[in-house]
Design a protein around this ligand. Structure first.
Ligand code: ZN
Ligand code: ZN
Ligand code: ZN
Ligand code: ZN
Length: 292
């Protein structure tokens, strides 16, 4: 290829016209090299809105000087003519170049260290993180710094700390022998874990308390638990039905007076329990009403 032809080719590929050029193969090579070269670093603060500090998402708006804000903050500005940072007048306009960067700039999930291989656009990273199945839960053991998925936490609690465990199914009754300490209940896959803690409560007997351990502790209660015991004497049959609090155990195994529990006589050898997924049940009920 002569120098002049090569120069024409370089300009065409840089301007994007190379897509239509017959020399398809060199264009692909150039793309590969450019993506390899893009593994640099960038100050992510530059990709955040200067008002709400959230990651910018297209369409981005900029003042006449170049300060960028998100469209949502632009919508709430009382004075849209003057920049909130530099007071330059002239209003805000679209910043197409930054929109294109945002539509191509991907980041690894922050839970990559816990095994997540997902990459998302930077401005969509939080959406993924809020649902990421690899978000960590924490070991409540004193002075233990273990963090990992529920699957790994289960292996850690039963292997390293020798906690008792039991596989359970939702909506199916199961029995737990009363032993001081904590049981780890688990279903299959990445499902949340349940901790059942037996604590002596003299002079009455014992208390069984239940917590749900999952990667995304929310205020919404997803599970309901029913604990029952049938003591040898009349009047010792007791039960307790409650919504289960969800936690990542980031603050350790802390039980509060609001957590569901069952108080029973110390002569009780075992209790029965069953767990229901109330969110799934609600969804199922909605489906059956729609199908009717
Ligand atoms: Zn904003
Ligand atoms: Zn400005
Ligand atoms: Zn993830
Ligand atoms: Zn531990």
């Amino acid at each position: 290829m002569s120098w002049k032809r090569r120069e024409r080719w370089r300009r065409r590929t840089e301007s994007g016209d190379g897509e239509r050029a017959r020399e398809g193969e060199p264009r692909r090579l150039e793309k590969t090299n450019r993506s390899a070269a893009s593994n640099g670093s960038i100050d992510l603060d530059l990709l955040d809105c200067t008002i709400c500090m959230d990651p910018l998402r297209p369409p981005v708006l900029q003042c006449t000087v170049g300060h960028v804000i998100c469209s949502s903050c632009h919508g709430s500005l009382l004075n849209k003519d003057s920049c909130h940072m530099c007071t330059a007048t002239g209003g805000y306009n679209r910043c197409i170049a930054l929109d294109k960067i945002l539509e191509s700039f991907c980041v690894s999930c922050s839970n990559a260290v816990y095994g997540c291989t997902v990459k998302t656009l930077y401005y969509k990273a939080k959406d993924h993180r809020n649902l990421c199945p690899h978000a960590p839960c924490f070991c409540p053991g004193p002075a233990c710094s273990f963090a990992g998925t529920t699957v790994k936490l289960l292996a850690h609690l039963t292997g390293d700390h020798k906690w008792k465990s039991k596989e359970v199914k939702y909506d199916a009754k199961f029995t737990l022998p009363v032993k001081e300490g904590t049981w780890v209940l688990h279903a299959q896959g990445h499902a949340p874990l349940f901790l059942v803690k037996f604590t002596p409560a003299p002079p009455f007997g014992n208390v069984a308390s239940v917590l749900c351990v999952g990667p995304h502790a929310t205020a919404e209660h997803r599970f309901r638990c029913c604990l029952r015991c049938s003591g040898p004497a009349i009047g010792q049959q007791k039960s307790s039905d409650f919504l289960v609090r969800s936690t990542t155990l980031s603050d350790g195994l802390q039980l509060t007076e609001y957590d569901g529990s069952l108080l029973f006589a110390s002569s009780t050898r075992s209790i029965t329990a069953h767990i229901r997924d109330v969110v799934r049940d609600k969804h199922k009920r909605g489906m059956s009403i729609r199908l009717r």
